[in-house]
Design a protein around this ligand. Structure first.
Ligand SMILES: Cc1ncc(COP(=O)(O)O)c(C=O)c1O
Length: 368
């Protein structure tokens, strides 16, 4: 595509870091991964930050760490990438789908409260597209019902709420480092938490259940675990990218503000609302338009890579099996977002001319 939706930031320094890992001969998870975890921990601010091989497995690990399984119900917003709900099914728990607010496309907090039963153990709210959640509301719900909050922050690296970064606001938060994200390791994820025992469990589980045993040479396998490690090679890419996170984020916010100015007052188009007291990271810049599918096709045919926002899970065959999934709301908000949300190109070296071209093209196809 002439104007892509995202471009990974790769400079000479990142190439050198990867080469240096390749030359070291130590390719699997090791000291570079540790350094990457520490840099991310310092940036995000939690007590613990654990690198894993994807956000999807990170969500699964979070639920396992909380002992969530076949007896439990976990509430998930209907409008999200399917991986959010897959994690629940993978640990054997029941997925409870609730609606989203059509103005923010984030979980509908009233629908969430109404869906809670004595079997509810957790909610996985999604800070979709980089729009932070209303953590005050979520904390009040947690306090009232005693459920865990496992945030799917796949898209929310760098987002903030009341001056605190996402990654410190839920019991466990999971980020994605997939190339659709502005900080990427190719594939990868990060889990953050404040709790030492959970962090120790998560760190051990991703490495075959190995425990810490400083007095002996051989490993001690303390629990059944798996292999969800992030290699030194991938961590080297992430380390190089993290050196630029502040600049990349400022650039994304600047590009978003230019889009907002250019789109201002356009009939037939509205902008999703950012959570009050939140700072959006604009992982995706999305708009709501009446004739979305027509605009999407037309822009793509001109070489402008636009995408739908994400998916309504209740419409996907994978979730239409009542054994694993229960649909709790009318899903009007989710259906609306699934039909009308359009994501526009936004990458670090995008120029204003390209933004103007995108906006002019949208304007010419808009139905008001
Ligand atoms: C909201 C959400 N959750 C989870 C994922 C899965 O992330 P990963 O590809 O790192 O497993 C994505 C991927 O885009 C996502 O958008």
């Amino acid at each position: 595509m002439r104007i892509p939706i995202i471009k990974p930031f790769i400079d000479e320094n990142i190439k050198c870091k990867v080469l240096s890992v390749l030359e070291s001969g130590y390719l699997t998870e090791g000291s570079v991964t540790r350094e990457f975890e520490e840099v991310c921990r310092e940036y995000l601010g939690p007590r613990h930050c654990i690198a894993v091989s994807s956000c999807t497995v990170g969500l699964e690990m979070a639920l396992r760490c909380l002992n969530i399984g076949p007896e439990d119900e976990v509430i998930v917003p209907d409008y999200t990438y399917p991986a959010t709900a897959y994690a629940v099914a993978i640990v054997g728990a029941k997925i409870i789908l609730v609606d989203v607010n059509p103005k923010t496309m984030l979980i509908d907090y009233d629908a969430l409260e109404e869906a809670i039963t004595p079997s509810t153990s957790a909610v996985i709210p999604v800070s979709l597209f980089g729009n932070p959640l209303d953590y005050d509301r979520l904390k009040a719900i947690k306090k009232k019902f005693g459920i865990y909050i496992v945030e799917d922050a796949a898209c929310a690296l760098g987002a903030e709420y009341k001056g605190r970064r996402v990654g410190t606001l839920a019991d466990i938060t999971v980020f994605s480092l997939h190339p659709r994200k502005f900080i990427t390791t190719g594939e990868g994820g990060l889990i953050t938490t404040e709790y030492d025992t959970w962090a120790a469990w998560l760190t051990s589980y991703k490495k075959f259940g190995i425990g810490h045993n400083p007095s002996r040479e051989e490993s001690v396998f303390e629990r059944i675990g798996t292999n969800y490690k992030l290699s030194n090679i991938l961590a080297a890419i992430g380390l190089g990218q993290m050196q630029h996170i502040d600049g990349l984020l400022i650039k994304r916010k600047k590009l978003a503000s230019i889009y907002i100015q250019l789109l201002d007052g356009m009939k037939g188009l509205s902008l999703p609302l950012t959570t009050p007291a939140g700072s959006h990271s604009y992982q995706s810049f999305s708009v709501l338009v009446e004739n979305r599918d027509h605009i999407l096709e037309a822009l793509r045919s001109q070489g402008i890579e636009v995408q739908i926002g994400t998916y309504s899970l209740h419409l996907q065959p994978a979730f239409q099996n009542s054994q694993i999934c229960q649909i709790k709301s009318d899903m009007n908000g989710s259906n609306y977002a699934y039909k009308h949300c359009l994501t526009l190109p936004l990458y670090h070296d995008m120029c204003t001319e390209d933004q103007k071209e995108v906006v002019t093209a949208i304007k010419s196809y808009l139905k008001d």
